[in-house]
Design a protein around this ligand. Structure first.
Ligand code: ABU
Length: 474
């Protein structure tokens, strides 16, 4: 190794260690900066002549300064958070070998690890002989599941297009992820053919409404083909009633997919697995370890109950891409034949290292602890006079709002408080509108969170909101 390479790598690793040593202790997770301001600070332009290593290190520092520290315990904005050392090692080691998942010959170890973890995850879902593939995220898992479902219902479409196939309809809850509509658009099914099924007060799909919508679609001469249930909705964290939905999907011979992108890992907890009961009856299941399993983005999987489904659906012909896939591959080890991607990162490695390090029990304890912390937030919100839940807590999302003591636009005060905390870089907690009310959506995903961190977040929200009430100023 050249001296200059060693020197640069040592400086980069020193910077990473310095960054990790101070994360969590910093008062700010990164103050919000307008794009024009940040663009200037970053100095993004590519120079004519390359930078020195010292200048490169300065560029890395500028990037870190301009990025949110999602490992900080006051980042509760998304369905991911925290820092995972073994998984981080996996990210680096994957880049060290820098290969692609398409063929066994260039990714031998990674291929076997991926096959093993797919098998394990499928087993946890309750599939006997699952297959699956790593995808670019939960949206991509939903898209791929819809491709498989469409081809099962209308096999000719793969080769000849829709022709005179009746309008194909799919059914998801009104709380489901927007990617189902996006996939309907991309697949030429049409956004209007996504039927949004009403949810109950807990944000769960109402099975009777699903049944009625399927019947109505059939009566209209359409071709229902897919039911997408959600295990962990983005805003409320709700789990659709899978057994009842499975009954309906089976009765109408529809593909039953579970979007477990957020809530899927509860299968690892004996205490919380009941939330996802019935998942073993699904045809496919999306599971995104970069969320609840705290693996760095991107790490996401689509599992399929029926083995040997992906290859006939995704491979064009056995002769296609002969330049890449050279042999017969009787062992099904060239995973590129079973993927929507050609080049594909070794996303399994960070999951493998993390899971090796935690074991099943470690992940179970982690998930149980996150639920306990969520119960703590729920209790603090319900016991406070100036906070209220806007929906019952379903899993790890707490949707609540601040109630001002005087007059004032409650929605605006909550929104302004959120944006003030964002501007200061104190806390980042997302918001949404629930039953017409602007509410904080606090997500408990960071495994290093403590009750004190959560107190600090709630106190910060209260202080920001109080400071926005005119009658309390001065
Ligand atoms: N599937 C991405 C969800 C993003 C979020 O709600 O944080």
């Amino acid at each position: 190794m050249a001296e200059s390479e060693r020197d640069l790598l040592e400086r980069v690793f020193a910077l990473i260690l310095e960054e990790r040593a101070t994360s969590g202790k910093r008062a700010s997770i990164a103050p919000y900066r307008e794009p024009s301001d940040l663009r200037e600070r970053l100095d993004i332009r590519i120079p004519e002549e390359g930078l020195s290593d010292s200048e490169l290190i300065e560029a890395i520092r500028r990037y870190l300064d301009g990025s949110i520290d999602t490992g900080n315990p006051r980042f509760l904005n998304q369905l991911f958070a925290g820092f995972n050392p073994p998984a981080f090692a996996g990210e680096i080691i994957a880049a060290l070998r820098n290969t692609s998942m398409y063929t066994y010959e260039v990714a031998p170890a990674a291929t076997l690890i991926e096959l093993e973890l797919i098998n394990k995850m499928g087993g946890l879902v309750g599939y006997d002989r699952a297959e699956g593939t790593f995808v670019t995220g939960g949206s991509n898992a939903n898209l791929l599941a819809m491709v498989l479902a469409r081809n099962a219902a209308a096999p000719d479409v793969k080769w000849h297009g829709y022709g005179d196939t009746p309008a194909m309809t799919l059914f998801v809850s009104e709380q489901s992820h927007y990617s189902f509509e996006q996939a309907a658009h991309l697949l030429g099914i049409g956004i209007a053919n996504v039927r949004k099924i009403e949810t109950d007060g807990d944000g769960r799909m109402i099975p009777d409404r699903l049944e009625a919508a399927i019947v109505a679609s059939k009566e209209a001469g359409e071709l229902p083909f897919f039911v997408g249930a959600t295990a962990g909705t983005t805003v409320l964290g709700s789990f659709d009633p899978l057994p009842a939905i499975a009954d309906i999907a089976e009765a109408h011979d529809l593909w039953f997919h579970v979007d477990g992108s957020w809530g899927g890992p509860v299968v690892l907890s004996r205490k919380w697995r009941h939330l996802i009961e019935g998942c073993e009856r699904s045809n496919s299941f999306g599971w995104t370890p970069h969320k609840l399993m705290n693996v760095p983005l991107v790490c996401s999987v689509l599992l399929i109950q029926e083995p040997n489904t992906l290859r006939p659906n995704l491979n064009l012909t056995e002769a296609a891409a002969e330049y890449l896939f050279h042999d017969g591959d009787e062992d099904n080890c060239d995973l590129g034949r079973k993927s929507l991607q050609c080049g594909r990162r070794v996303d399994v490695l960070k999951l493998w290292f993390s899971w090796l390090s935690h074991g099943d029990r470690g992940y179970e304890e982690r998930i149980n602890r996150l639920f306990e912390l969520t119960e703590y937030v729920e209790r603090r919100v319900t016991e406070a006079d100036d906070f209220e839940l806007v929906a019952p807590v379903q899993s790890l999302n707490v949707c609540f709002r601040y109630l001002p003591s005087g007059d004032g636009d409650i929605d605006q005060i909550n929104l302004d408080a959120r944006n003030r905390l964002k501007a200061e870089g104190h806390t980042l907690v997302n918001y949404s509108t629930v039953d017409g009310k602007v509410a904080f959506r606090l997500v408990v995903a960071n495994p290093d969170l403590t009750r004190e961190d959560l107190d600090s977040v709630l106190d910060g929200i209260r202080a920001a909101a109080e400071s926005l009430q005119p009658e309390r100023v001065g």
